[in-house]
Structures are given as structure tokens and as C-alpha cells.
Design a protein around this ligand. Structure first.
Ligand SMILES: [Mn+2]
Length: 559
């Protein structure tokens, strides 16, 4: 495809996935859905929203409430064998004569042909190179040898049975041309087992009769020439097969040798790979097996295609647009092997280098949905009410209803714009979002609540981890406090940390309770009021990344 064939702003990829980070939050999923929708609206139908993990309870609530479909779940996007093979492989069956097989090689310009059974399961392969070697470089004693069945021979000769009947059994025959006197001919065939004799002649009754008297296996009469009735009667009585072919003797001899069924040439040892196996695995097999091709099979063992070294150069048919992250460590597994076409984000940079210039839209705003909403405006488009509400949800979730210190004027201004398109009030909507799934009860276990959003840091020689749970009121927390301490103790030991903490943030009073395990000296340097052992009150603290972690890094570094 030349550059001119690519639609403007389009791409050669079959699929483009807009995808957020692993352990996706609402911003991540909302921005991927809304950006994929924008791409389709500006004329790129092959763009699909995807997610690198299951949505959390809050995101599920939002998608259900807005009746928006959950994005495609992609757990791993390492390129697979199926991405680089053609699904309609040329195959042959074991009973196919060499003549038809050579035509297949020629017509499809291939070098390796898989041989399959009637359920399409590969039995082996035939390579043009090895076939030519076997066929052209035969030893002297094999020059006359023809391995074929009566049916295959007659079919290749376009012959008719004048005596006897077709049979599929492969026999080892010796070919003799009767182009001499009867005496010389008798001398020629002497010493050969008559049951293996394949005799070809034209209208030479003496040779025809000699063949039958010697009990040859088969007599081929060439040129469509007539055979007299007495000879045929004799043939039937003695069990000699007689086939008439329209071809002349030279052609018939050539065709007889090409009538060998493929079963005589199958190489039963061949390299096989599953379509769902990784491209890396295929590369290893192709480079180290010494085989020119690897047969790809479906789950049920049927053939899927043939992979050769050129398959390794086939472009991967999909690419990514990363939203709400730009580092590979946070990306869906396999992202490093796939082309990144665009990045839309609001995090610090840790992006991998690219081979080509890409659209890179990163701004220090409160949510990626703010960045996506700006893209709609740049294209002069208004999101429909559903998409506007979804973008709104992403911003409200990431900025804790515009209360987090990460909130910027651009977020506030975007919320005002989206509110109008969505026809909903952001404060009421934000409250619904947080109260629908806040607190500990929306997690499957307390362990799950602590681990759901647990991030690790280190300061000097101190390694610590902090989780965060958003609540409405602290009652539930106080009931669970002792159990939560046990969970934190376990997490601290399992992860080899000096300190494990949990921020319990009340989004309405905008304050946080901080429960800790480990580093007892912390009480003296923490700076925040200690309510009781292991528990601190952090008034006005909402953000882990902007408020809590910088503070902890400072005090722990000072210990
Ligand atoms: Mn975000």
C-alpha cells in the first residue's frame, strides 16, 4: 500500500485499540471509550475501545447507569501466530498423484505443501526441494521403478480399463517400453518378477501377446490404438490388467512416473505450532529447527496455515492508542511488541522511544477525560449526552468531584461544558458515583480493599506502601479497624515493607484517616495529630500522589 492509499489521519492497521493501564480506574476506561468514539466520528471505523483489566465497582456502576457497553478486555496483546498466517492454506491429500502436486506447487508459488487427512489434520509435509532430489536423483536400479496404484496410474493416463479393474493399493512396478522385436523384449524383461511388470506399447500385437503370456501385471496400450478381442479375452483369463490411453508412449511413460501418490513422499516429521502461541515461539522454531516452514494448527488439531521465515516480516495487523498512562510497565502485557500510534495522558513521562513521530497529547490536568474532551472541541464536535456524561464521570472520579489538589482550571471549565451536553448536574452525579460504591463493602474482602489501589515507594532505606479507600463517613472504618490492622500487618510481611499504611478518605468532609503498621518512630515525626496508636488524622488531605506520598517521603527520609 502506498502512502497515497492511506486515508488522511487513517492507518493501514486492521484494528486500532484505545486502551488504558492495568488495574483500570474510571478515568482510564472512560477516556478509552470516549476517544474511540471520537475517532469513529472523524472517519476511522476500525478503532475499538479496550481495557487491560476488569473494571472496578465504581466504573461498572457508571457504565451500567449510562447503558454503555464494557470495552473489549485484552489481557495480553503479544503478537500471535494467527496474526501472521493466511487462514486459507494450500493443502494436499495423501492419495494425490505427484502430477497434481507439482501443479499446486507451480500455481501457488509455494515450496512446502502440508498433507492433510480428511479431517484437515496435517499428516506431514512435502517440500519441493526434497521432492525434486528424490525424483531426479534416483539410483540406477530405481530408474524403472514406479510406485503407483492402478487407479492413480489410469487416472493420470486418462486411461480406460479394457481388462481388469482399478485398485487403490500402491504397488512397486517396473516400467518397460515395448518398442522392439518380441525376441529382444523377452530378453529385456527376463529376470524381473512378472507381477511387477508395467509394459507400455502401441499397436504391436506381438509385444501385447508376450506381455500377457509372461503374466505381466499391467499392459498399457498407448495412442488410443485398438487391441484385438482374442488378446483381451486372454488377458481377462490370465488376470493381466489392460489399460488404453490416448497419450503416445513417451508421454504415457512420463505420466506413469508422475502418478505416484503423494503418500510415498510424505515427510512425517515436521514442525508444528498452535495459532495462539506467540510470535517469539514461532521465530525460535523457524530459526532453530532448520525446517523451511512450520505448520500452524487450530485448537482441534486441524491445519490453520503455514508459517515461513517471511511470516516473521508480516506486519502485525493491530496497533495501540495509549490513554491515561504512557509507561510500558503499566501497559497491557505485549504492548512493547506492538506499534503505539498515539498517547493521551496526564501522568509523568516514562514513555518508550518510538520509530516515528506520533501524536503525543499530555497535559498536567486532573484527568485524561479532560484531555479527550479537548480533542472533541478541537474537532468542532460535541459529545452526545452519554459520552458527555461518561467523560464527566472520568473527571469527577479522578479529581474526587473537583476537590483533589490535582484539579486545574481546565478540569473545572471542561466539567461546565460537559454538564451542558450531558444535561446533568456534576455535583449530584459525582455524589452518586462515589456513594454507589464507596466504602469497604464494595470490595470482595478487606484484603482486596487494601490491595485494590496499593502503591509502593521507597525513601532512603525505608520501603513503604500505601493503599487508599474512599468512604462516605468513617463509621464503617471504625468497626473494621482491628481487622484492617491485621491485613496491613500481613501485607507488610508479604511485601517485605518497613511500613504499610491505608488512607481512608472521606470525600465529603475532605479528610483522611491514616492507619499504619510498622515503623513505630513515625508517631514522633509524622506531624499530623495521632488519634490513637497506629492512627493519624490528616485534615484536608485527599490526594496520595500530591499530598500524602511527598510528606511520607520527607519524614521517612529524615528518620
Ligand atoms: Mn487518570
Amino acid at each position: 500500500m502506498s502512502e497515497a492509499d492511506v486515508p488522511e489521519g487513517g492507518s493501514v492497521y486492521t484494528h486500532i485499540y484505545v486502551i488504558g493501564h492495568k488495574n483500570p480506574d474510571t478515568d482510564s476506561i472512560a477516556s478509552s471509550i470516549a476517544y474511540a468514539e471520537l475517532k469513529r466520528r472523524i472517519g476511522q471505523p476500525n478503532v475499538t475501545a479496550a481495557m487491560a483489566g476488569e473494571p472496578n465497582p465504581q466504573t461498572r456502576y457508571i457504565l451500567e447507569r449510562l447503558a454503555i457497553e464494557t470495552p473489549l478486555y485484552l489481557a495480553d496483546i503479544h503478537p500471535k501466530v494467527r496474526d501472521v498466517i493466511t487462514r486459507r492454506p494450500i493443502t494436499a491429500s495423501a492419495d494425490m498423484p505427484l502430477k497434481a502436486v507439482l501443479e499446486l506447487f507451480h500455481r501457488h508459488t509455494i515450496r512446502v505443501l502440508p498433507v492433510v487427512d480428511d479431517r484437515n489434520v496435517p499428516l506431514g509435509v512435502v517440500s519441493l526441494l526434497k521432492l525434486s532430489e528424490k525424483y531426479l536423483l534416483v539410483g540406477t536400479d530405481r530408474k524403472r521403478g514406479v510406485d503407483t496404484s492402478l487407479s492413480s496410474l489410469a487416472a493420470c493416463l486418462e486411461g480406460t480399463f479394457l481388462a481388469g479393474a482399478p485398485d487403490n493399493e500402491v504397488e512397486h512396478l517396473h516400467l518397460f517400453i515395448g518398442a522392439m522385436t518380441e525376441e529382444s523384449f523377452a530378453g529385456r524383461i527376463k529376470g524381473h518378477d512378472p507381477a511387477s511388470l508395467l509394459i507400455m506399447t502401441g499397436d504391436r500385437p506381438s509385444i501385447q501377446r508376450a506381455a500377457i503370456e509372461n503374466r505381466a501385471r499391467i499392459l498399457v496400450v498407448t495412442g488410443g490404438l485398438p487391441v484385438c478381442d482374442t488378446i483381451l479375452t486372454e488377458a481377462r483369463q490370465t488376470g493381466v490388467i489392460v489399460v488404453s490411453t490416448p497419450h503416445d508412449t513417451a508421454t504415457a511413460a512420463w505420466l506413469a512416473r508422475l502418478s505416484t501418490p503423494l503418500s510415498c513422499y510424505i515427510e512425517p516429521h515436521f514442525e508444528k505450532i498452535g495459532v495462539a502461541e506467540s510470535l517469539d515461539h514461532l521465530r525460535l522454531k523457524l530459526l532453530h529447527s532448520g525446517e523451511p516452514a512450520v505448520v500452524a494448527v487450530e485448537e482441534d488439531g486441524a491445519i490453520a496455515g503455514v508459517a515461513t521465515k517471511s511470516s516473521l516480516l508480516t506486519p502485525i495487523p493491530y496497533a495501540l492508542i495509549m490513554v491515561d498512562h504512557n509507561e510500558l510497565s503499566q501497559a497491557v502485557p505485549g504492548a512493547e511488541a506492538v506499534e503505539i500510534l498515539e498517547v493521551l495522558d496526564h501522568h509523568k513521562l516514562g514513555n518508550p522511544p518510538t520509530n516515528q513521530p506520533i501524536t503525543f497529547t499530555v497535559a498536567p490536568v486532573g484527568s485524561t477525560c479532560t484531555v479527550v474532551a479537548a480533542q472533541y472541541r478541537e474537532h468542532g464536535l460535541e459529545p452526545d449526552p452519554k459520552m458527555a456524561a461518561l467523560l464527566l464521570a472520568g473527571i469527577l472520579s479522578d479529581t474526587v468531584i473537583l476537590k483533589s489538589p490535582t484539579t486545574t482550571d481546565r478540569d473545572r471549565e471542561t466539567v461546565a461544558w460537559l454538564e451542558k451536553s450531558a444535561g446533568i448536574d456534576h455535583i449530584a452525579f459525582g455524589r452518586d458515583i462515589f456513594s454507589s460504591c464507596s466504602g469497604f463493602s464494595s470490595y470482595k474482602s478487606l484484603d482486596g480493599a487494601v490491595r485494590a489501589d496499593f502503591k509502593q515507594f521507597s525513601a532512603a532505606d525505608t520501603r513503604f506502601g500505601v493503599g487508599q479507600v474512599e468512604v462516605v463517613g468513617f463509621d464503617e472504618f471504625y468497626d473494621l479497624k482491628e481487622e484492617l490492622r491485621d491485613v496491613l500487618k500481613k501485607v507488610k510481611d508479604q511485601d517485605g515493607l518497613h511500613l504499610a499504611g491505608l488512607m481512608v478518605t472521606d470525600i465529603y468532609t475532605e479528610s483522611t484517616l491514616f492507619l499504619t503498621e510498622g515503623k513505630n518512630e513515625l508517631a514522633h515525626v509524622m506531624g499530623y495529630p495521632q488519634l490513637e496508636p497506629h492512627l493519624y488524622e490528616l485534615k484536608g488531605v485527599l490526594s496520595r500522589k500530591k499530598q500524602m506520598v511527598p510528606h511520607l517521603l520527607k519524614v521517612l527520609g529524615a528518620l
